[in-house]
Design a protein around this ligand. Structure first.
Ligand code: NOJ
Length: 559
C-alpha cells in the first residue's frame, strides 16, 4: 500500500498487506542496466539504479528470473533456483541489491518458475543419465513413444511455443515440455519436487525477499493416467478443475502448502499468480488460502476503448471482491507488444467473444513495422491517458520497465539477433517478444545509450535515444515526469479500495470517483469533454482549463 503516513522507509517495509494497492515495477534484469559492460544487464546494475527507482516512486520491484540459465527462454529456463546467474552477479550482489531497495522503502518480489526447469538443471541431467524407470526420471514426465519402435511422440499435443510438446532422448523415451524443448515439465506428483520448491521459497524468504510471482501457476499439477487423450480430446474437455493439464483444482493443494510457508514470515510473504484461466476461476488463485493475488491480464488484450476498459474494471473488481484480494492492472509486460505501440495501431480484429484474433500488435511486427501503419504519437498519447486511468483504480498496478519512458516496441530486430523461442518454433510466423525486451536507453548518446559498456544483447534502434532517461528527467512534459508525478500524487490521494462510476453522458468518457473524492476522468474519444467543477491535480497531456481533450485523462479533487 502507498500508505498515507510513511514515517520511514524501514517502517513502511513492515506494513502487512502492503501489496493491496502497491505499484510494482517489473525489472527484466538482462535488459535494465549493465554495470560490468558485458552487454547483459546485471544485479549490480539494478543496485546502481535504486535512486532512479526511488525517484520514480514505486512500492516494489518484481524481478524476472535472474537465476543461472542457458537462456533458451529469457531466463524462464532455470538451471538452479537458489543461485544467481554468474553473468548477472552473485548471491552477495543480490543481498546488496535487496538491502539497497529496502533502504529506499522498495520491496522485492522474485519470479518462481515451478512448471518446468531448464534442461541444464542438475535434476534433468541426472534423469538423462539415470535412464528409464529411475527415481531421477520420476521428477519429470517421461513416457514411451508410440508407433513402430516408439519413434512417434506419446501424444499429438502442441507446446505453447509451437511444435510438439514431447522430445525424445537418446534411449528412446520422450519427455513432456509444455514450453520450449529446453524446459522439461516437472512432475508435481513427486514429493521431492514439492519439497524442493518449499526449500526455494524459504531460501529467498530468509534472504528478505517480500514476495513471489508464480510463473504458469495454472499448469503445475497434471493427471497423466493412461491412455492419454489426443489434442482434440484435450481441447474438447471443459476447464472445470478436472482438465488433465490446465487449471486443475489439485494445484491449490500445492499452494496451501506454500501459504503455510508465506505465513510463517513476518510480515507474511506475498504471491501473485500468473494464471491464464477462465476468469471465473481466478478467485481460486487469489484467495488468502492459495497464492493471495492473481494477475488480471485483460487490459493486455484490450484496445484503447472506454467500453472495453469499463467492462474490464467492473468484472475484475467483482472477481477481487469474491476472493477478498485486490486486483492487478497490467498494461505491458515482457510477453506482449508494448502498449504505446498497441494503441498506435488500428483496433485488434476480435472473435465474437471479444478476444483478439492474433496476439494483439504482433501482425505489425510481422510486417517489419510497416503494416498496418503505426501512429507513434497517438499511441503514446493514449498510453499516457491509459496509465493515468489505471493508476487511479483500486488495486495494485504493475508497470513494465521502459513504459515510464513511453517506449515503443522495437520491430526492427534482425532475425539473426532474435532470441525468443516463439520466433524459432513458429517458425518466424510470430516475431515473438524480443521487441519489448531491448535494453533501456539511459542516456541520449554514449555506448549502448548508457545501458552499459558493451554491445547490448539485443540491438537498440537509433530512435531509442530520444526516449533516454537523461532527456526526460528535467522535462516537465516528459512521460517519465508524468509517471513520477502520478505516483507521488497517488501516494497522497490513496484511499480505500472502492469506486463510484459517474454518468458522463458520453460512451467514450469514463469518470470514476474514489471514496475520498479523488476523481479520474478519462476521455477515450476524439472530442473534448467539458469538465465538471473540480480542481485538476494532474493531466496526462495538454488540457485547456475546464476540459478533457480526446485521448486524455485528468485527476481531480473536489472543488
Ligand atoms: C510465462 C512467462 O511470463 C514467459 O515469459 C515464459 O516464456 C513462460 N511463462 C514460460 O516460463
Amino acid at each position: 500500500m502507498n500508505s498515507a503516513v510513511s514515517p520511514s522507509a524501514e517502517h513502511d517495509i513492515l506494513v502487512p498487506e502492503w501489496w493491496r494497492q502497491a505499484v510494482v515495477y517489473q525489472v527484466y534484469p538482462r535488459s535494465f542496466a549493465d554495470l560490468d559492460g558485458d552487454g547483459i544487464g546485471d544485479i549490480p546494475g539494478i543496485t546502481s539504479r535504486v535512486p532512479y527507482l526511488a525517484d520514480l516512486g514505486i512500492d516494489a520491484v518484481w524481478l524476472s528470473p535472474f537465476y543461472p540459465s542457458a537462456l533458451a527462454d529469457g531466463g524462464y529456463d532455470v538451471a538452479d533456483y537458489r543461485d544467481v546467474d554468474p553473468r548477472l552477479g552473485t548471491l552477495d550482489d543480490f543481498d546488496e541489491m535487496l538491502a539497497a531497495l529496502h533502504a529506499a522503502g522498495i520491496r522485492i518480489v522474485v519470479d518462481i518458475v515451478p512448471n518446468h526447469t531448464s534442461d541444464q538443471h542438475a535434476w534433468f541431467q541426472e534423469a538423462l543419465a539415470a535412464g528409464r524407470g529411475s527415481a531421477a526420471r520420476d521428477r519429470y514426465i517421461f513416457r514411451e513413444g508410440t508407433g513402430p519402435d516408439g519413434t512417434e511422440p506419446p501424444t499429438d499435443w502442441d507446446s505453447v511455443f509451437g511444435g510438439s510438446a514431447w522430445e525424445r532422448v537418446a534411449d528412446g523415451q520422450w519427455y513432456l515440455h509444455n514450453f520450449a524443448v529446453e524446459q522439461p515439465d516437472l512432475n508435481w506428483s513427486n514429493d521431492e519436487v514439492r519439497a524442493d520448491f518449499v526449500k526455494t521459497l524459504r531460501f529467498w524468504s530468509d534472504r528478505g525477499v517480500d514476495g513471489f510471482r508464480i510463473d504458469v501457476a495454472h499448469m503445475l499439477t497434471k493427471d497423466l493416467t493412461e491412455p492419454l487423450p489426443s489434442r482434440a480430446e484435450l481441447d474438447a474437455l471443459p476447464r472445470d478443475g478436472k482438465h488433465p493439464l490446465i487449471d486443475r483444482d489439485d494445484v491449490h493443494e500445492v499452494y496451501a502448502e506454500w501459504r503455510a510457508v508465506f505465513d510463517s514470515y513476518d510480515p507474511p510473504r506475498t504471491a501473485v499468480a500468473e494464471a491464464w484461466v477462465d476468469p471465473a476461476r481466478i478467485p481460486l488463485y487469489a484467495s488468502a488460502e492459495s497464492l493471495g493475488q492473481a494477475f488480471n491480464f485483460d487490459l493486455l488484450e484490450a484496445d484503447f476503448d472506454a467500453a472495453q476498459f469499463r467492462r474490464i474494471v467492473t468484472s475484475n473488481l467483482a472477481l477481487a471482491a469474491e476472493s477478498g484480494s485486490s486486483t492487478t492492472w497490467v498494461l505491458s509486460n515482457h510477453d506482449v507488444v508494448r502498449h504505446a505501440t498497441r494503441y498506435g495501431l488500428p483496433p485488434a480484429e476480435r472473435t465474437p467473444d471479444g478476444r483478439p484474433v492474433r496476439k494483439h500488435g504482433n501482425e505489425w511486427l510481422l510486417s517489419g513495422g510497416t503494416q498496418p501503419a503505426l501512429d507513434r504519437a497517438a499511441g503514446l498519447r493514449r498510453a499516457r491517458a491509459a496509465i493515468l486511468f489505471v493508476l487511479g483504480l483500486p488495486g495494485s498496478a504493475y508497470l513494465y520497465q521502459g513504459e515510464e519512458l513511453g517506449l515503443h516496441e522495437v520491430a526492427e530486430i534482425p532475425d539473426s539477433e532474435r532470441q525468443d523461442p516463439t520466433f524459432f518454433r513458429s517458425p518466424g510466423a510470430d516475431l515473438g517478444r524480443d521487441g519489448c525486451r531491448v535494453p533501456l536507453p539511459w542516456t541520449a548518446g554514449g555506448t549502448a545509450l548508457g545501458f552499459g559498456g558493451g554491445t547490448p544483447h539485443l540491438p537498440q534502434p537509433a530512435w531509442f535515444a530520444a526516449f533516454a532517461v537523461e532527456l526526460q528527467v528535467g522535462d516537465e512534459s516528459s512521460t517519465l515526469s508524468l509517471y513520477r508525478e502520478a505516483l507521488a500524487l497517488r501516494q497522497r490521494l490513496q484511499t480505500d479500495e472502492g469506486l463510484e462510476w459517474i454518468n458522463t453522458g458520453r460512451e467514450d468518457v469514463l469518470h470514476i470517483v474514489r471514496p475520498n473524492g479523488w476523481g479520474i476522468i478519462a476521455n477515450f474519444g476524439a472530442e473534448s469533454y467539458e469538465l465538471p467543477a473540480a480542481s485538476v491535480v494532474l493531466t496526462s497531456g495538454p488540457a485547456p482549463a475546464g476540459s478533457v481533450p480526446g485521448a486524455t485523462t485528468v485527476w481531480v479533487e473536489p472543488a
